[in-house]
Design a protein around this ligand. Structure first.
Ligand code: UDP
Length: 239
């Protein structure tokens, strides 16, 4: 029997950069391994898990533009990068005994399914981990916006933003020793204090649709499980 959890269906947002580990580039097998173990713990509790992965470890449209690549072209390259990451996570999760599907916003039938909302929900109901690749399928958006959008579409209970820090701070905790962590904060306060949680499009989508966000440290062992159980100290809840 699985134990009770606060959230039944989650959308986990992971950045591409996090996948890269200390080097900042490519995919670190040790990170994949650790993330898979963390995700397995919540899947075992009966939680339905959808994942949106970034592509920053491989390519970002904005950086491409600085080196002379057309912005829209670069954004499509970034979206393809997220599919590479999605496939890497898929492979690792399956190695850890989970059933998975990658669904891409850009059709590529030989490697994964196209994104179809109803099918995504069906996969989740069957206990499969669904990984959304290729962002929103449109340039000028981010994978944070993808996370908010998909979470709303699949009626997730919460967006869990896995980061390198354990929540939202009053200032950058890496630079400012007096920075304090919020256990919970309203959308309005995040906005007024100009705290950096997500880009504004992603943030507003959540706010307007009453979809809570939790920022937590994905690199801390057991943290994802604690968040899903509803441990208030495990991250910062934005509501
Ligand atoms: N991207 C895009 N549309 C989307 C999602 C992503 O054009 O809906 C592109 C964009 O160029 C972005 C890149 O894909 O820079 C990688 O995504 P992101 O920067 O969000 O990844 P992360 O920072 O989470 O690693």
């Amino acid at each position: 029997m699985s134990q009770p959890t606060k959230y039944k269906r989650i959308l986990l947002k992971l950045s591409g950069e996090a996948l890269a580990g200390p080097s900042g580039y490519n995919i670190d097998p040790a990170v994949l391994e650790q993330y898979s173990k963390e995700i397995r713990q919540v899947v075992d509790m009966g939680v339905q898990v959808a994942i949106v992965i970034g592509g920053g470890n491989i390519f970002r449209g904005v950086s491409g533009e600085r080196s002379g690549i057309d912005r829209v072209q670069g954004d499509y390259m970034g979206m393809l990068a997220t599919v590479i990451n999605a496939m890497a996570i898929q492979s690792s999760l399956e190695k850890h005994g989970m059933f998975t599907r990658v669904m891409s916003a850009i059709k590529m039938e030989q490697v994964c399914e196209p994104y179809v909302r109803r099918r995504a929900v069906r996969h989740l109901e069957k206990g499969r981990v669904v990984i959304f690749g290729a962002g929103t399928g449109s340039p000028y958006f981010t994978t944070d916006t993808t996370a908010s959008l998909r979470a709303i579409e699949i009626e997730a209970d919460v967006v869990l933003k896995g980061t390198k820090v354990d929540g939202v701070y009053s200032a950058d905790p890496m630079k400012d020793k007096t920075a304090e962590r919020y256990t919970s904060i309203s959308f309005q306060d995040v906005y007024e204090k100009k705290l950096n949680v997500m880009d504004l499009t992603a943030f507003t989508l959540c706010q307007e649709n009453n979809l809570p966000i939790i920022v937590f440290n994905m690199n801390q062992q057991g943290s994802l499980l604690r968040v899903v159980r509803g441990d208030e100290d495990a991250g910062t809840l934005i509501h």
